[in-house]
Design a binder for this molecule. Structure first.
Ligand code: KDG
Ligand code: MG
Length: 402
């Protein structure tokens, strides 16, 4: 019987930090899984190295579903970002292996194409309204059909989602940066820049906005209602989702579509949001929600309730996750959109990926498996360097949701 012979946890910082699991079978087939949890990377590396790798050696790599159940139920301690990211890495690597063994790209194993490409949205930002509008126009010129728009709120300086250079990277400091926040200033300003984008550039593209958990439910309801004429594709994470019930209040006040899920890790975390139709798009991802196997389960549940997919795809999700997402997006009937941020050139030196962008869409490679290779020699040049995401403080000094 073919077995898993080797499991390596690879930690490197090419442009930013990534944790990657590489499995090698007794037949010499390798598979990659992303295990990156931004700002908490080594917790997952240890979970894998110390508690999962010993369980993998000698097991049958073909039994993906059984391995998922073994790592989930067998741990006794369930759910949470660290556990679900570790399970995701194993699951993704096993799908990569299965594809290579079968000689087929993973999307073929998942049921084959439902569409020709995967519609993506990119990140436009600006330090004020004028520079934001220019940035949205620039992305439209590059062929993007969907653009997320964020601008710095004048009264509070730096704000979530505003790029410094060409690459947006919020985990930029060796201790968490402390950023000021004023809900009042945001609520006054954000609707005006979204309106300016529509006034200048029209309605023939999708416009998205990420609230990034900054509002209470009633504030989010007011925001959603205020921007209805802008016709957002979605407002993302209008309020923290620990309390799934709070979305009922937002829903009852506005027709602006709602997207939630990038920090959620399991089907149970999104169960009521989906079955009670409190959201329109579910943003759970391969890497933080238990891998391809579990994400497919979430997406299938969502399909029953008319909820579409819109997976997280920021740069802290490695090119392995990006490729796995594109394979799954190509197949599921209720696909909505995929987030896409270009990785830093250093990242792409380590992860050789066959995913390509064309006319506002991503396309997977036709190579067997996921079509991503890890370059060990390149990774050696980029050691792990601890980085934290910022925190947000209200103007009175108290901590806010970042
Ligand atoms: O690690 C956190 C980032 O991935 C997150 O802040 C990005 O909100 C985000 C998004 O929508 O891409
Ligand atoms: Mg987000």
């Amino acid at each position: 019987m073919t077995t898993i012979e080797r499991a390596e946890v690879l930690v490197a910082g090419p442009g930013r930090n990534f944790v990657t699991l590489r499995l090698t079978t007794s037949d010499g087939v390798t598979g990659l899984g992303d295990a990156t949890l931004n700002g908490r990377e080594l917790a997952v590396a240890s979970y894998l190295r110390d508690h999962v790798v010993p369980l993998l050696i000698g097991k049958d790599p073909a039994r993906i579903e059984d391995m998922w159940q073994y790592l989930y139920r067998g741990a006794y301690w369930r759910r949470g970002p660290v556990t679900m990211t570790a399970i995701a890495a194993v699951d993704t690597a096993l799908w990569d292996v299965k594809g290579k063994v079968a000689g087929l790209p993973v999307f073929q194993l998942l049921g084959g194409r439902s569409r020709e490409g995967v519609l993506v949205y990119c990140h436009a930002s600006g330090t004020d309204t004028a520079s934001l509008v220019d940035d949205v126009a620039r992305f439209r010129d590059l062929g993007y059909q969907a653009v997320r728009a964020q601008a710095a709120v004048p009264e509070v300086g730096g704000t979530y989602g505003v790029r410094k250079g060409l690459i947006y990277e919020p985990a930029a400091t060796s201790l968490p940066d402390e950023q000021p926040w004023s809900t009042e200033a945001y609520l006054r300003f954000a609707p005006t820049y979204l309106e300016a984008v529509r006034d200048r550039l029209g309605f023939d593209f999708h416009l998205l906005h990420d609230v990034h958990h900054r509002l209470t439910p009633i504030e989010a309801a007011r925001f959603g209602k205020r921007v209805e004429d802008v016709q957002l594709f979605w407002m993302e994470d209008p309020t923290p989702a620990e309390n799934q019930e709070s979305f009922r209040l937002i829903r009852s006040h506005t027709t602006t579509p709602i997207a939630v899920g990038e920090v959620l890790n399991s089907i149970w975390d999104v169960q009521h949001l989906i079955t009670e139709q409190l959201i329109d798009y579910v943003r759970t991802t391969v890497v933080h929600a238990g891998g391809i196997t579990h994400l497919r389960r979430i997406f299938d549940l969502a399909a029953l309730y008319g909820v579409r997919t819109g997976s997280h795809g920021a740069t802290d999700l490695s090119p392995v996750t990006q490729s796995a997402a594109v394979h799954l997006d190509l197949v599921v009937p209720n696909f909505g959109i995929q987030e896409y941020m270009e990785h830093a050139p250093e990242t792409m030196e380590v992860f050789r990926s066959g995913v390509r962008f064309e006319n506002g869409m991503l396309h997977p490679s036709e190579e067997p498996g996921l079509g991503v290779e890890y370059d060990d020699a390149a990774a050696e040049r980029f050691p792990y360097d601890p980085r934290y995401l910022p925190v947000a403080r209200r103007l009175d000094g108290s901590l806010h949701d970042w």
